[in-house]
Structures are given as structure tokens and as C-alpha cells.
Design a protein around this ligand. Structure first.
Ligand code: BGC
Length: 438
């Protein structure tokens, strides 16, 4: 059972003492900023700062506003959320805990351990989330059997976004296999067209690597390597091949990409400055926001060569303990609103994802969303749904950090061999696992 309020405070106090003794976080408080009047309000800490992400958040702000809740959109830039996670910790230190924060995958459970987490269980029970959310996802939202987080969507990672007219210009077909893809890359380069926009930072390279692992092995392999962290799989020939493919991608990527954000890179594809981008379907939000129709001018293609994996990412927001009835009320309204079919439709249309609430109508969604929903069902049947390593759905801090370090080292060291990278990956993951057990 979840901690009762007294036990929660005791646990939070104990953790605060430990953390400040260790000099890491200083004093941790469960109190949020003082209430301003009686109007329910909620601070929503997130990393959704691109054009389409901000637009999606305005959908939420508006719907909460209509229900009398003021939402403060505390967005911190940085794709993948590492800056937002740092801000969350410092806000807790300074007694300015948000009502909810964007936290995903196993990190939801880690936060439970702190005793600083609030509850969304009443909202979940009253709307029967157990019936509306896939069991595996529902489980990840609970601590000790109580819902503490609400899911927004399902994003798919292993997509390739393609500017159709640039492909036409070089007389290339839409690639489906890896060798067709390499053929297209060559044609584009020869025609002086930047084949791929990407590589701006490690998170973008890690996202592409996720998709590449899906091309060298099936969902079983992905799980064995990146979720179970099996040493043989991590150093296998398949993993060597994944690194080789990453090197190929790098060769055809915009050489001036350093520091460019993922959404800038999506813009390059939309504007015809580059032909393709490997990215999760939040890219679709940007395409729509730029006035184009995903599936038409910009095609959505499964990462060429993908075996059968649907690599998924579910955005979730976890509740923190708040100090007043009106803030608790705001949390409940937040949870109910996010899971409502109306929000699920409107938000996901803007965001590029598909509704996480099962049975939500996709009427009016674009072709790529419909395709994503079909592929999700197919993968579910084939047991080929896999949580994304790069988007924190599979690994906790230290292990994911080690994987990203190796990917970055390989990307930045052009003479590092793929063999070397796979071996380093296995040993760094082993070390990180051991360290995290200490
Ligand atoms: C999030 C997406 C977001 C993307 C870029 C991912 O980690 O899950 O919702 O759009 O980062 O910011």
C-alpha cells in the first residue's frame, strides 16, 4: 500500500537528511509555493518547448482553464529532458516543488522511493484507468498499487521522415530495406542534397541508434540487449552492425549539425534543406505546425530495415505532494482532463503522438497517426512492443548514461571501430549496473 501522509513526511524527512548530509541536494521539502488566493492552480514542469510542443501544452492550459484551474506551464528547453530533470531537483531543494513533473519509465518508480510523491489514485479509480490503459503501461504509473502518474500519449521512435519532392528530384523510391536506404543516401549526396538532418547532440544520435538497433535484430534482440542488458547481446555481431550503420548515417548527415536542435532539423526537412530525419513522431507535430501534412509532402516511413519492433515512448506526468487542498484539487482535475477522450484527441493531434487511452477515436488524425496505431496493434500481437532506451523508458540514469557515453564517443571518434564500440558498450553497461547496485 502507498505511504500514509505521516509515513510519507517521515520518509521525505529521512531522505532530505541523507541527501543534505551527502551534500547533494541540500534540504528537500514537500511544500510547494504558497497558494495565491483560492483558485486551484498547478505548476507543470516539462521540457516541451518546440513550436508544436508549446501548442500542445496550450491545449491543456485551455482545457484546465475552462475547468477553473490555472496552469503554470513551467517548460525547460532541451529535447529529452535532461535540463528539466535538473530543474526539478533544484526546485525541490528550494521548496518550490511543482504539482506535476514530466517523468517517464522506471524513473517514476525511483521517485516513489523518495516519499515526495502525491497521488492520482482517486482520479484513476473514478475514471477506471485500469480499463483504458494497456496493463504494462498502467503498471508503470503506479507505486504500491496506487496511481501516481498520468499518461498523455504513445510516441513511436523508429520513424524516418522524408521530403518527398527531394526524393523525386533524384529519382529515388521510398526506401524500405537498409540497402535501398543506403542507395537513396548515395543518390542524394551525389546531387548535392544533404541526405540527413540530425546529429546535433547525443540525445538525437541516441534516438537514431535506438531505431538502428531495431534494424539489426527483432524485438527479442532489442529487449535482450537494451532492456535486459545481456552481455552477449551487447557485444554481439548484431550490435557491431548497429554501430556500423550509425557510422553510415553519420557520413550522410549534415556536417554542420553540431548544437542544432531536433526541431530545427525537422524544419530543415520540411523546408527542403535536407531530405530525411530519423526521429520519433514528435517530429510530426513540427511538420503539422509548419503547415504541411504528414504522410503527404513529408512521408513517414518505418526506419528502413526495421525487423518488427515498435519502439515506444509514453509521456507521463507524476504528481508531487502539495500542501493545500486547492492544489490537490488542481492535481485531480489535471489527471482527469489528461485522460479525457476530448483532450487525448486534441492534444495528440497537435503533438504527433497517438492517444494512450484505448478506444479513443482517430477520426481526423493524419495518415501517419493511423499507421502508428495499426503498427502498435500489430506489434502488440507479435509481442514486439519495446520501451525506448533513448527516451528513458527502459533504463535508469547510470546505465542509460553509460550507453549514451559510448554512442557519443563512437560518434565523435571517427577512427573508433564498431567492434570496439560494441565491446566498450558491454563493459560500460556492466560497470554501470554494478555501480547502481551499490
Ligand atoms: C518526449 C517527447 C518530446 C521529445 C522532444 C521526448 O523525450 O517524450 O514528448 O517531444 O522528447 O522534446
Amino acid at each position: 500500500m502507498p505511504l500514509n501522509p505521516v509515513a510519507r513526511i517521515m520518509r521525505a524527512t529521512a531522505i532530505a537528511a541523507t541527501l543534505s548530509a551527502a551534500g547533494t541536494l541540500g534540504i528537500v521539502g514537500t511544500a510547494s509555493a504558497a497558494d495565491s488566493g483560492d483558485k486551484p492552480q498547478i505548476d507543470v514542469l516539462n521540457w516541451w518547448t518546440s513550436g508544436s510542443e508549446a501548442k500542445s501544452m496550450r491545449v491543456l492550459q485551455q482545457m484546465l482553464g475552462d475547468k477553473g484551474v490555472k496552469m503554470n506551464n513551467d517548460a525547460v528547453s532541451g529535447g529529452g529532458g535532461s535540463n528539466a530533470r535538473t530543474v526539478l531537483k533544484s526546485r525541490i531543494q528550494s521548496h518550490n516543488t511543482p504539482g506535476v513533473a514530466q517523468i517517464k519509465g522506471p524513473k517514476i518508480q525511483q521517485w516513489c522511493e523518495t516519499g515526495l510523491i502525491g497521488s492520482m489514485d482517486k482520479a484513476a479509480k473514478s475514471d477506471n484507468w485500469d480499463e483504458h490503459v494497456a496493463p504494462r503501461i498502467a503498471k508503470s504509473l503506479q507505486c504500491d498499487g496506487e496511481y501516481v502518474a498520468v499518461p498523455f500519449n504513445v510516441h513511436r521512435i523508429n520513424w524516418l521522415w522524408v521530403n518527398r519532392s527531394l526524393l523525386k528530384e533524384v529519382d529515388a523510391e521510398m526506401p524500405q530495406t537498409w540497402s535501398q536506404f543506403v542507395g537513396v543516401l548515395k543518390k542524394l549526396k551525389k546531387a548535392d542534397i544533404t541526405p540527413i538532418a540530425g546529429g546535433g547532440n547525443t540525445w538525437q544520435v541516441g534516438t537514431a541508434f535506438d531505431a538502428l538497433v531495431g534494424t539489426v535484430g527483432d524485438a527479442k534482440f532489442y529487449r535482450k540487449a537494451l532492456i535486459k542488458l545481456d552481455q552477449d547481446a551487447l557485444s554481439s555481431d548484431k550490435m557491431v552492425q548497429a554501430f556500423k550503420r550509425l557510422r553510415t548515417i553519420q557520413k550522410y548527415t549534415d556536417p554542420n549539425a553540431a548544437g542544432l536542435s531536433w526541431n530545427h532539423n525537422t524544419g530543415m526537412v520540411v523546408q527542403g534543406k535536407a531530405a530525411m530525419q530519423i526521429m520519433g513522431d514528435w517530429a510530426k507535430g513540427e511538420i503539422t505546425n509548419d503547415g504541411k501534412t504528414p504522410g503527404e509532402e513529408i512521408a513517414c516511413v518505418t526506419m528502413p530495415g526495421n525487423k518488427n519492433s515498435y519502439i515506444y515512448n509514453v509521456d507521463t506526468f507524476e504528481a508531487f505532494t502539495v500542501d493545500s487542498k486547492s492544489r490537490q484539487k488542481a492535481q485531480a482535475v489535471f489527471a482527469n482532463t489528461v485522460m479525457s477522450p476530448a483532450f487525448q484527441r486534441k492534444f495528440n493531434m497537435a503533438k504527433g503522438s497517438i492517444p494512450v487511452r484505448e478506444g479513443t477515436s482517430l477520426k481526423g488524425f493524419d495518415l501517419c497517426a493511423k499507421r502508428s496505431a495499426q503498427l502498435y496493434k500489430k506489434a502488440k500481437k507479435a509481442d514486439a512492443l519495446v520501451p525506448s532506451m533513448s527516451q528513458d523508458m527502459a533504463e535508469v540514469g547510470a546505465v542509460k548514461g553509460a550507453i549514451f557515453d559510448v554512442i557519443a564517443k563512437f560518434y565523435n571518434t571517427k577512427d573508433m571501430t564498431a567492434q570496439d564500440a560494441a565491446e566498450t558498450l558491454a563493459s560500460r553497461v556492466k560497470q554501470a549496473k554494478q555501480m547502481s547496485q551499490l
